[in-house]
Design a binder for this molecule. Structure first.
Ligand code: HEM
Length: 538
């Protein structure tokens, strides 16, 4: 028998993939020619020149020369796992999404990541973590592409290249790997003060998780849910880790990133291998879908704002369990392609301007990263629902499509017998009213409130958590070269809390500025502290 069996579509699957991996009785070239030897090039005599005609030598080296693909432009470093999601059925009144039905089980693939480091960077740096979940539902793929921080740096995707340019290593020296400790990052976040909230979360213990298994996850944006009767509800998604939320302190993180830069990926893989399968409960906060799209005065379209859980409790709707490690990092963790626009019936987007840009960006970058438009055919990206599209040809096309008329209606291939829109299972965008207006580059007034929620976050932290925030700002700003940037950041801290500003300023040996606007009158939200955050699952 040959070295591999492949599926009818030409792709090795499951156990067959293991057969492909070095297990056959004999080696072959990519063309299936049996090889006598893969260790010695073809030469003229034992000491003579190597012959160019050695096809195996050239094929082996040429393939090797092209083994690397571009790393992700952000979230390059990640670790992933397979698992299963079980719906509780509790979301049925607000969404028709079938995978959320009671006891419906859906296979998932989850990739955790840091945002700014390169593929080879350390795990325990201070950074935001990606928390991307691919649900292979019977209605097509649903991707919930979230982070471990519930807000984002910017309110409009048009600034995304800018914030990432500011956060990535300096163009001249290519240092540092993490977001911490460099001037461009602090320059950006002090000039674009909508970044204050996300930055404060980064400087808190949330910036250095103890484990991927101990992070909350957030969909960040407000989504629009639609139920079987066509009624809509606005919602935010949350993942609650069964193990609670835990962090490393800065000193621990220095030791782990030095002694074991793979600390988080090792922890995830070891836990799963040992049978300690990590679990998260998926929950939603729901809000009436009013024309204003606000809740208790909070603008639901502003991705720099949360809705405190005391105002809108998180209602559990399902359970995620990760129970299988990837068998091939490249084929799965590296080639997986998430997209916030991969939605299933019952879940739709809102007009959050950050989300609008994301809906464009992911597929665009993946065309470069994965070498053309056919990456949905890669095993890790394939839907577990029937695919019947009219996308044809292109780089790395592996499907052999039958028929001659990839368009509808047609009079050659049976006319393409489906009737558009008649299928009750189809994804239909919610026909919401779009407010009429002038074409402008403006933001609503509510987007200009940059400090009230950072203040609320700060006031919600325990004294120890606050100490960690003060130390983090003091250390990171002490690494800036430019005093003007430090002073500008201190002015943002003054608008969060005078003591925070005072203590960081003292640590830096600088005067503490006065707030430039009245301090927001906000009550602490206990759910924002990570102390005592545990969600034992029944
Ligand atoms: C990748 C989350 C905003 C562009 C990712 C990943 C996550 C993520 C988790 C990693 C996916 C993976 O593991 O493969 C978020 C969140 C955002 C946000 C939660 C804000 C709420 C944006 C914006 C843009 C953007 C505004 C662009 C306009 C990208 C790109 C990638 C990426 C290009 C790389 C995708 C790939 O190469 O496969 N993002 N992101 N993101 N994100 Fe975002």
């Amino acid at each position: 028998s040959g070295p591999a069996t492949v599926s009818p579509t030409g792709q090795p699957t499951g156990a067959d993939r293991a057969v492909m991996a070095q297990g056959g009785e004999y080696l072959t070239t990519a063309q299936g020619h049996r090889l006598p030897d893969t260790d010695h090039s073809l030469k003229v005599g034992a000491r003579g020149p190597v012959l160019l005609r050695d096809h195996h030598l050239r094929e082996k080296i040429t393939h090797f020369d092209h083994e690397r693909i571009p790393e992700r432009v952000v979230h390059a470093r990640g670790a992933a796992a397979h698992g299963v999601f079980r719906g509780y059925g509790t979301a049925a009144s607000v969404t028709r999404a079938a995978f959320l039905g009671k006891d419906v089980e859906t296979p998932v693939f989850v990739r955790f990541s840091t945002v700014l480091g390169s593929r080879g960077s350390a795990d325990t740096v201070r950074d935001t973590r990606g928390f991307a979940v691919k649900f292979y539902t019977g209605e097509g793929v649903f991707d919930l592409v979230g982070n471990n921080i519930p807000v984002f740096f910017i309110q409009d995707a048009i600034k995304f290249p800018d914030v990432i340019h500011a956060g990535k290593p300096h163009p001249d020296r290519e240092i540092p790997q993490a977001q911490s400790a460099h001037d461009t990052f602090w320059d950006f976040v002090s000039l674009h003060t909508e970044a204050t909230h996300h930055t404060l979360w980064n400087m808190s213990d949330r910036g250095i998780p103890r484990s991927y298994r101990m992070m909350e996850g957030f969909g960040v944006h407000t989504f629009r849910l639609v139920n079987a009767d066509g009624e809509t509800t606005l919602a935010k998604f949350h993942w609650k880790p069964r193990l609670g939320v835990h962090s490393q302190v800065w000193e621990e993180a220095q030791i782990t990133s030095g002694a074991d830069p793979d600390f988080h990926r090792r922890d995830l893989a070891d836990a799963i291998e040992a049978g300690a399968h990590p679990q998260w409960e998926l929950g939603i906060q729901t809000f009436p879908d009013t024309p204003e799209q606000t809740f208790e005065g909070i603008d639901l379209l502003d991705p720099t704002k949360i809705v405190p859980e005391e105002l809108a409790p998180v209602q559990p709707i399902g359970l995620l369990t990760l129970d299988r490690n990837p068998g091939n990092f490249f084929a799965e963790t590296e080639q997986v392609a998430f997209h916030p626009g991969h939605l299933v019936p019952g879940i739709d987007v809102t007009d959050d301007p950050l989300l609008a840009g994301r809906l464009f960006s992911y597929i665009d970058t993946q065309i470069t990263r994965l070498g053309g438009p056919n990456f949905a055919q890669l095993p890790i990206n394939r839907p577990h629902a029937p695919v019947n599209d009219m996308l044809r040809d292109g780089m790395h096309q592996t499907a052999v499509h039958r028929g001659t008329a990839p368009y509808r209606p047609n009079s050659l291939d049976g006319g393409c017998p489906f009737t558009a829109g008649a299928d009750a299972g189809a994804y239909v965008e919610v026909p919401v009213e779009v407010p009429a207006g002038r074409k402008v580059r403006e933001v609503p007034a509510s987007f200009s409130d940059h400090f009230s929620q950072p203040r609320q976050f700060w006031l919600s932290l325990s004294p120890v958590e606050q100490e960690h925030v003060i130390s983090a700002y003091t250390f990171e700003l002490s690494r800036c070269y430019e005093n003007a940037i430090r002073e500008r950041v201190l002015r943002t801290l003054a608008n969060i809390d005078p003591r925070l500003c005072q203590e960081v300023a003292e640590g830096l040996g600088l005067p503490a500025p006065e707030p430039s606007e009245p301090l927001a009158d906000v009550a602490p939200s206990p759910a924002l502290s990570q102390v005592g955050r545990e969600w034992p699952v029944a």
